[in-house]
Structures are given as structure tokens and as C-alpha cells.
Design a protein around this ligand. Structure first.
Ligand code: 5GP
Length: 118
């Protein structure tokens, strides 16, 4: 894959080169707070291994996708939002507004989120 800053940003966060507020990590995943939170809780969960987006990840390594979703659940537990509810979003390419091309799940919650997509 070609490398530019946008493509390698989350690899540098996972590698500790760029500081982040780490919430959870395990062998295959890494979770940290979004620098521009869109809700009271806004955490990004990434696989340590980079795939461009969730479509590529699902096709190439479904077990790793499962790990990311399980890590999102762990984040929700740590943040105390399992009971109140939370949203998991994978923005995927252009119309979805994906800006960082290392697949990441947004875990959002901690307050009523309302509808989205408008
Ligand atoms: P996307 O739009 O690709 O789905 O989401 C990328 C997210 O990464 C955005 O919500 C943005 O705020 C977040 N982000 C971008 N740069 C950084 C950074 O350097 N640190 C952290 N923690 N989050 C970032």
C-alpha cells in the first residue's frame, strides 16, 4: 500500500509514535479516544494490522473483524455504556466521509445520540 500521513496515522498511534488516550488494547486490536469527540464517549477501535476499510477487512480476515467488534464491546463495558446503549460505526470510503484509511470502528455513546444519516 502506498503511504502518506493519512494512511499511516493510526499505525503510528498503535506504535506509540503519536500519543493517544488509550482505552483498551489486546493482541490484535487497539482502542483510543477520538481527538474530536462527537459524543461524550467517542473511542476508535482499530486492528493492529492495517486494512483500508471494513469491506477489505471482512473479505480478508473475518476473525479479525470479529475481534474489532468484541473490542468495541470491551470499550463499552469499560466506559459504562453497555446498559445505556451505544453505536458502532465503520465509515467506508467516499460518501461515508472516511478520512483515515486504516479501518476503525467508532464507538459512540454516553448520551442520547439521535438519528444519523441526514
Ligand atoms: P473517519 O472519518 O475516517 O471515519 O474517522 C477518522 C477519525 O479519526 C475522526 O473522527 C477524527 O477525529 C479522528 N482522528 C484524526 N486524527 C486523529 C489523531 O491524530 N488522533 C486521534 N485520537 N483521532 C484522530
Amino acid at each position: 500500500m502506498s503511504g502518506n500521513d493519512a494512511e499511516t496515522l493510526f499505525e503510528r498511534i498503535v506504535g506509540g509514535e503519536i500519543p493517544a488516550d488509550v482505552v483498551y488494547q489486546d493482541e490484535t486490536t487497539f482502542a483510543f479516544r477520538d481527538v474530536r469527540p462527537q459524543a461524550r464517549v467517542h473511542v476508535l477501535v482499530v486492528p493492529r494490522k492495517r486494512y483500508r476499510n471494513v469491506a477489505e477487512l471482512a473479505a480478508a480476515d473475518p476473525q479479525l473483524l470479529s475481534d474489532v467488534v468484541a473490542a468495541a464491546r470491551q470499550v463499552a463495558e469499560l466506559e459504562g455504556i453497555v446498559e445505556s446503549g451505544y453505536r458502532v460505526v465503520f465509515n467506508t470510503d467516499g460518501d461515508a466521509g472516511q478520512t483515515v484509511f486504516h479501518v476503525h470502528a467508532h464507538v459512540l455513546g454516553g448520551e442520547p445520540l439521535g438519528l444519523f444519516g441526514a
